[in-house]
Every structure is written in structure tokens, then in C-alpha cells.
Design a protein around this ligand. Structure first.
Ligand SMILES: [Zn+2]
Ligand SMILES: [Zn+2]
Length: 436
């Protein structure tokens, strides 16, 4: 008897499941046809933006293109958020939660060598120099994808329970020297208020199997912390080091110590980390021991606790070594980005949408951790998020033979644009239709 009731219940659930999946299938088919209808337009946007790349905090043409497009869709638009950022608010016909979708808009000081018919020939001023400019990180694709997603979602307004916020962000790669910019500035200027999103989703194109989505339940990209060590001592003749402070040897000891402690005093199987000193400045000629020296480096890791532990170890080590040489040291840190990843519960709830968008290429939730950092992490400090990477290479063989992001030959298979639009639309709809 009990067993029969269970069976009846089970059949009921199965029927309900079929009803839901029929609904989902119908909705996916509708999204598919809307995406197909604008695919050529999205490609045209991407090419236009690619041919007119703009450096961080200078994305005025791109921002104007975005704002005009959102306005034409009847979306409420705020411009000039953190200099050139654009925020669009699309209110669905039904009440519900708020989801934010984010795209970055800036290009890099790289000389394009793709040979594409729409390759960039643009130059611009960067930190006082004239430099070539290229969309070498794929942010042209991200901007075009989100413009497409806005169009599809605006066309479905009547069926949307809740609100979609479109965040077009400047300066993901970091603002020029002496300027503020990027996600943290957008937050300061209200990008995450009126309305406050319940969650935010972001994506990035990267060399890989076309359409394959890499994502993780938890951290995916490392944090990035700038490290600077200023050393002071007494300048002396190189022939009489005992009369002064040998900051050259001290610098060498510090470099070795930091590299060793980050490999020997923490469990790198538990949380991976890297500490690199990439710059040493000391001295002007061979027979003078200088009175000051500067080291600069970067710390990459995947948890706040690990970062704080490394900072403690670095502080102790530098202080101790400086003391042993009779020098003084100042250690300072600047947080470039926090850990980027996905909120496990939200990722679970939108996984069917990601799988649908990835299609046969599939979703890899055990994607390798990446020692690359993302400004998106500042949004994720405020609200939970999901961040995924979409493979974007035509006939992908391996990473070694494919130009990486930031390479002068970086390019995408433009079929990834439609996949990206579909992923953003379906994940937003699924999030809004899921009861928390
Ligand atoms: Zn980049
Ligand atoms: Zn990027």
C-alpha cells in the first residue's frame, strides 16, 4: 500500500517534471529563434567594436553605441557610470527578483596581427605614450553578446518575472596610471543599486573547444595582489660594504625568501598560490652600494585566508631580513582583484541553462583553476555571482598552438557570439524563474 502511494507520487512528480521540461523546451526553442534572428547583427556589432577599440576609461564610442541600442529597446539607461560605464534596467511585466548581466568594454595597448579585414589600426595615448590599440582580450565579443542578450530579453519582457540589469563596464584591464576605474568605481557610483541585483553573471571568451563552458562550484580565477617593498639603508662605496647597508644582497635574499615561503610554509595542495617578484630597482653603477631599493611583485591565490597568511609571512620575512642587514623596509599591498568564481547554489540552479547553451561541447565543472584575475570579483564581493568561460576557437587543437588572450593574434570563432547570447538569456530567465 505504502509502496503504491509512493509509486503514485512518483508518477505525479514525473508528470510534473515533463510539464516543466516541455515548458523549458518550448522556451529554449523560442530563445533559439530569437538569437538566430539577431546573430548577424551581433557579429556586425562585434566587428564594428573590434575595428574601433578603446583603452580603459576611454570607451566613449563603445559606450555611446551601447546606450543608443539599449534606449532603442525601451530599456532605462544610465550613462557615465565610472566615466564611461552604462547601466540598463529592463523591468519584466511580472514582479520578481533582480539579475545583473555584466560585459566589459575595454581594449588593450597591443598591435593587432590577426590580418582580419576589420583589424584595428587605432592608436591612442596611454600613460603618456602613443600606443597601438586592439581588442586582444575579447571584450568586443562580450559587449556585442550583452547587446544581443538585451535585445532578446527586451523582446520577452511580457514573460519576465523580475528585472534584468545590464552592466557594461569600463577598465576591466585596469585604469591608466593615476586614474580610478572599473568595477569598484561602478559600484561606488551606484551600478548595484536602484535596483540592487540579487545576483550577477559574467562570462569570458578564451581559446578552447567552441561553446564549451568552463565553470566551478567555488573559485575559478585567482585573486591578484600587487606587492611593493621599499628598502632604505646607508649608501656607501662598493669597495667598503661594511660602512653602509648592502641593499643589493638584501634584495636578493628577499626574493629567494618570498619564493621559498610561498612554496614551503603553506600547503599548496590545499590552496594553490604564487608569489612572484617581477621588478627590482636598485643602484646606478657597479662601485656604489645604493641607499634605497624597490622590489615589486604579485601574489595570486584562491582564498582570502591564504592571502592574509601569505601577507603575514611576507611581512615577517622582509622585516627580519631587513633587520639583519641594518636596513629598514616598508611593505605595501594593493588589491587588483579578488577571487572570481561561482556561488555553488546559484550555479546549481542555472546549470540546465548553461548545459543548454553549451550544447554538445558540454559544461566542465572541474575546469582547471586559473592564475588570472578578473575585475568582476569586485561585483562578487557585493552580491553572489556566477562566472564562466566559453571556449571560442575554430577547430581547437590545444592551448599551446592557439594565440591566447592578450596576444596580438588573439581571435574568436564568431559562432561563440550566438552561444554567449543564448547562455546569458537562458541563465537570466532560469534565475528569475527559480524560487530561492
Ligand atoms: Zn584581459
Ligand atoms: Zn578580459
Amino acid at each position: 500500500m505504502v509502496r503504491q502511494i509512493r509509486r503514485a507520487l512518483h508518477i505525479g512528480l514525473v508528470v510534473a517534471g515533463i510539464a516543466i521540461s516541455n515548458f523549458a523546451a518550448a522556451q529554449t526553442a523560442a530563445v533559439d529563434s530569437k538569437v538566430a534572428a539577431i546573430e548577424q547583427q551581433v557579429i556586425a556589432w562585434r566587428r564594428d567594436i573590434h575595428q574601433h577599440p578603446e583603452l580603459s576609461n576611454r570607451e566613449t564610442r563603445t559606450a555611446a553605441l551601447v546606450a543608443r541600442h539599449l534606449q532603442s529597446l525601451g530599456i532605462e539607461v544610465r550613462t557615465g557610470v565610472a566615466k564611461t560605464g552604462v547601466v540598463g534596467v529592463l523591468k519584466g511585466a511580472k514582479p520578481g527578483r533582480v539579475i545583473a548581466l555584466r560585459a566589459d568594454m575595454d581594449a588593450l595597448p597591443v598591435e593587432e596581427q590577426t590580418g582580419l579585414p576589420f583589424a584595428s589600426k587605432v592608436t591612442a595615448e596611454y600613460n603618456g605614450k602613443t600606443v597601438p590599440v586592439m581588442h586582444a582580450c575579447g571584450h568586443d565579443a562580450h559587449t556585442a553578446i550583452l547587446m544581443g542578450a538585451a535585445q532578446v530579453l527586451a523582446g520577452m519582457r511580457n514573460q519576465i518575472p523580475g528585472t534584468v540589469v545590464f552592466i557594461f563596464q569600463p577598465a576591466e584591464e585596469g585604469p591608466p596610471i593615476g586614474e580610478q576605474g572599473g568595477a569598484s568605481e561602478m559600484i561606488k557610483e551606484g551600478a548595484l543599486s536602484n535596483p540592487k541585483p540579487d545576483a550577477i553573471f559574467g562570462l569570458h571568451v578564451e581559446p578552447g573547444v567552441l561553446g564549451r563552458i568552463d565553470v566551478r562550484y567555488g573559485p575559478l580565477l585567482s585573486s591578484a595582489t600587487d606587492l611593493r617593498i621599499d628598502l632604505q639603508g646607508r649608501q656607501t662605496h662598493g669597495a667598503r660594504p661594511w660602512e653602509g647597508t648592502d641593499l643589493i644582497n638584501l634584495s636578493a635574499d628577499i626574493v629567494k625568501s618570498l619564493t621559498t615561503l610561498s612554496a614551503r610554509q603553506v600547503d599548496v595542495f590545499d590552496v594553490p598560490n604564487v608569489v612572484t617578484i617581477g621588478m627590482m630597482q636598485a643602484g646606478v653603477r657597479g662601485n656604489i652600494l645604493p641607499g634605497d631599493a624597490t622590489l615589486q611583485g604579485t601574489i595570486r591565490t584562491f582564498s582570502e585566508e591564504r592571502l592574509h597568511r601569505l601577507q603575514e609571512l611576507i611581512d615577517t620575512s622582509v622585516e627580519g631580513l631587513a633587520k639583519s642587514y641594518g636596513a629598514t623596509a616598508q611593505v605595501s599591498y594593493r588589491q587588483q582583484a579578488h577571487v572570481t568564481g561561482s556561488d555553488a547554489k546559484i550555479l546549481e540552479s542555472i546549470m540546465p541553462a548553461l548545459k543548454e547553451a553549451a550544447g554538445a561541447a558540454g559544461v566542465d565543472t572541474r575546469a582547471p583553476l586559473r592564475a588570472a584575475a578578473e575585475d568582476f570579483s569586485f561585483f562578487e564581493r557585493e552580491i553572489p555571482g556566477v562566472y564562466y568561460i566559453i571556449g571560442s576557437t575554430r577547430d581547437f587543437k590545444d592551448k599551446a598552438s592557439t594565440p591566447s588572450n592578450h596576444s596580438p593574434r588573439f581571435d574568436i570563432d564568431e559562432r561563440v557570439l550566438a552561444i554567449g547570447v543564448k547562455a546569458q538569456v537562458l541563465t537570466a530567465l532560469q534565475f528569475l524563474r527559480t524560487t530561492p
